[in-house]
Ligand binder design. Structure first.
Ligand code: NAP
Length: 308
């Protein structure tokens, strides 16, 4: 539970319930592990995730490392392709073409952010939609918007799985999504407004040009904070009993830590938690759910490619 030990959280809070991403993701990982064991017994193909990491950004290394480790835990095959920071866009695109053409590879992820000289869009568009387990390709985004089966961006997909795990009835609730990025805020707003459970929310999507953000947040039955500003959402922005989903992860310098940094969410946890009915911690909330959703997508990609 990172800086919030379970006992500290329990003694500090009364009515609120922690949305424990470690616990919820474990249920998904365990179920996938069983399915892979069954596939092995039946002689079926084992899912294979290929991850591409450009450069040596510390946070990206950590995220990719966690994904590769989870593949091993489940019994998936994984391949990590490391490319230098100064790799050309053409070289990266040709690596993706090779992975698209490799019949053994079921899912491809290219860890973002990429160096400035490479276009994220060109790279995302080069991944074949059937292997786009990160759900960033326009074909998958379009299908998701239409409510058709699609690979949904792992972070918003993971948040929906978390809401489902805790059986949170979101129907008719007013959700405030702070952030409109293509990988988190925008797909989150679409999923929450879809005619599904979880879903059926009335959604307000906010960004850096939004006026009266505090007043809007105070109307929110659900707040999804995905802006990447540590501890931005404080208690004065939260209506009592609101459901708080903290997506933010920022490395903040911390001399008390061996690593030299600590991870901060976009929500002032200690202040906001007593006002909320449910809240995700950072770390241990949305992060593990993102990985679980990616693994689920990879399993589906393998099934779809090999059962058709
Ligand atoms: P991003 O691409 O930088 O987008 C941030 C969004 O927040 C933008 O839409 C921006 O508005 C908006 N914003 C910035 N400052 C604001 C303010 N003061 N008021 C209102 N809106 C504001 O970031 P992202 O990729 O979506 O990621 C957001 C955070 O989530 C980051 O901390 C990231 O590390 C974290 N994250 C976590 C996971 C996970 O697995 N837990 C996964 C992905 C991302 P404009 O559009 O107007 O610029």
């Amino acid at each position: 539970m990172g800086q919030y030990t379970k006992s500290a959280v329990k003694s500090y809070l009364c009515a609120m319930e922690l949305l424990d991403g470690k616990l919820a993701s474990k249920a998904i990982i365990d179920s996938l592990t069983l399915k892979v064991a069954q596939s092995k017994t039946e002689g079926k193909k084992i899912p294979h995730l290929a991850a591409v990491l450009v450069g040596n950004n510390g946070a990206s290394e950590t995220y990719v490392g966690a994904k590769v480790k989870t593949c091993a835990e489940i019994g998936f095959k994984s391949t990590l392709i490391r490319l230098e920071d100064d790799v050309t866009e053409n070289r990266l695109l040709s690596v993706i073409t090779d992975l698209n053409n490799d019949p053994d590879v079921d899912g491809i992820l290219v860890q973002l952010p990429l160096p400035k000289h490479i276009s994220d869009n060109n790279v995302i568009n080069a991944i074949h939609p059937s292997k786009d387990v990160d759900g960033f390709h326009p074909v998958n985004v379009g299908k998701m918007v239409q409510g058709l089966p699609a690979f949904v961006s792992a972070t918003p997909h993971g948040i929906m799985l978390l809401l489902e795990h805790y059986k949170i009835d979101t129907r008719g609730k007013h959700a405030i999504v702070i952030g409109r990025s293509n990988i988190v805020g925008r797909p989150m707003s679409i999923l929450l407004s879809a005619n599904t459970q979880p879903g059926n929310c009335t959604v307000t999507i906010c960004h850096s040009h939004t006026h009266n953000l505090r007043e809007l947040c105070l109307q929110g039955d659900i707040i999804v904070a995905a802006l990447g500003r540590p501890e931005f959402v404080d208690a004065s922005m939260v209506k009592p009993g609101a459901i708080i989903i903290d997506v933010g992860i920022t490395r903040v310098p911390d001399t008390t830590k061996k690593s030299g940094f600590s991870l901060k969410g976009d929500v002032k946890f200690n202040e906001v938690a007593p006002h909320s009915s449910f809240i995700t911690p950072v770390p241990g909330g949305v992060g593990p759910m993102t990985i679980a959703a990616l693994m689920k997508n990879t399993f589906t990609a393998c099934q779809e490619r090999n059962d058709n």
